[in-house]
Design a protein around this ligand. Structure first.
Ligand SMILES: [Zn+2]
Length: 418
């Protein structure tokens, strides 16, 4: 049965962060289904909801964001299958480094409390536990029950000021508050960040990590745009945002994770020395042109060209009678597949490590998802790497596929065969 407009989500007219009302459209990725909702065979008989997916820029603070918010209950509480770090080695190593970096650089006392917002299966908290900290996760998604089974205490809820107050009452204030790849997901961001402020110990550290929007623009990573990502972060709007809420952005750390991520270190005002990196990155962002509409217009043209290039490569291979499959079914793969209209006409199947996705279908394009072993069993001529940010690791694991004559297609930044 179709949902009412209010149940589906809402159009926004004000900036997610500064609340200004000068949003202007940059890129239209058409209407798309929820990229983390992989239908089962039975669900293929049902109506699939689609929502507008458009990137807009705030002319006041510079934040790039989407202007249609899907109801968070749909995004996170129905059958959400994303498991961070559970499926790739790179993810696990990254969290270990992050926990160690935060504890050593910021002199976090042993036995202090670390709270991870959007803690998923508890991978990052597991690393904080190894650093000798007390840990607590907050995550409304079903998959967080796995963290509890693995010994990571987790509150199964959306993080909010109310939840923060409860945590302080029960566990005291936190010296470390983290949000990896979740800050951009927050729907009521003011309430969540004010909650972090309430929860944060006097000299504590908030570490927010998210894909860096400059890399997104530079490398045509438009597939990282989907409804779970509300904001596409850069330093200028982040610095202004924390200042408005009485906090202070005091440090940055750039990493290659997720195709280019930025870690933002935030504390109570005046409690940490402010790094010159912040002014430097803001200058670089301005020089790059991220806050200019002509640069963003060029990005939109690049994305349209990418779609044509992607399709002409696949068409050419199909005309030659080649068999093509996909490897791994991340959420972002679905933005690419849906925007480029790549369905079963091009890809026979997709293989995936996450057992929760095996046996299901890709949203919108309905390509069947099989387990990893299928790739060698079927040995297609080409394999499209949808999790291109883990390309090196995936290709190393699949040396046998290559030895038998298989070739990889890496879609981003430009479709290329390796
Ligand atoms: Zn703004």
């Amino acid at each position: 049965m179709a949902m009412s407009e209010a149940q589906r989500g809402k159009m926004v007219e004000r900036c997610h962060m500064c609340k200004g009302n000068s949003l202007t459209q940059v890129l239209d990725l058409s209407h798309q289904p929820h990229s983390d909702h992989f239908p089962t065979k039975e669900q293929l008989n049902e109506h699939e909801e689609r929502y507008p997916l458009r990137l807009v820029a705030c002319l006041d603070c510079g934040l790039l964001q989407i202007d249609y918010l899907v109801n968070p209950k749909i995004l996170y509480q129905t059958d959400y299958l994303y498991q961070s770090a559970a499926t790739t080695k790179t993810g696990g190593g990254h969290f270990k480094e992050m926990a160690h970096d935060i504890c050593s650089v910021h002199n976090i006392p042993k036995n202090a409390l670390a709270v991870d917002i959007g803690s998923n299966v508890g991978a990052l908290l597991h690393s904080f536990k190894e650093e000798g900290l007390r840990v607590l996760g907050v995550d409304p998604a079903d998959v967080a029950k796995k963290a509890i089974e693995n010994g990571i205490p987790t509150i199964l809820d959306f993080f909010s000021t109310n939840v923060a107050v409860d945590i302080v009452k029960e566990h005291g204030k936190a010296h470390v508050i983290t949000g990896t790849n979740v800050f951009a997901h927050l729907h009521d961001i003011d309430d969540a960040v004010l909650g972090m402020k309430t929860l944060l110990a006097d000299d504590g550290v908030i570490a927010v990590e998210a894909p860096y929007v400059i890399d997104l623009i530079k490398e045509f990573q438009y597939d990282t745009i989907y409804h779970s990502h509300v904001g596409y972060l850069s330093v200028k709007p982040m610095a202004a945002y924390f200042e408005r809420l009485g906090l202070e952005l005091f440090g940055l750390k750039k990493s290659d994770y997720f195709g280019g991520s930025m870690r933002y270190y935030v504390g109570h005002k005046g409690k940490h020395e402010v790094s010159p990196d912040i002014a430097r990155y803001i200058e670089e962002e301005k020089t790059f042109g991220i806050y200019s509409l002509s640069r963003l217009k060029k990005f939109a043209e690049d994305v349209e060209r990418h779609k044509r290039d992607m399709l002409s490569l696949l068409l050419q291979l199909k005309r030659e009678g080649k068999k093509i499959a996909g490897i791994s079914a991340p959420a972002k793969g679905n933005t690419l597949l849906n925007y480029c209209s790549i369905d079963k006409t091009f890809l026979d199947f997709i293989t995936e490590k996450n057992p929760l996705k095996v046996g299901r279908f890709t949203p919108g394009t309905f390509i069947p998802i099989y387990d990893d072993a299928t790739l060698l069993k079927e040995q297609p001529d080409y394999a499209l790497l949808l999790a291109w940010n883990f390309a090196t690791e995936i290709m190393k694991n699949l040396e046998e596929f290559k030895k038998r004559g298989g070739k990889f297609i890496i879609p981003i930044p430009k479709p290329k065969i390796v």
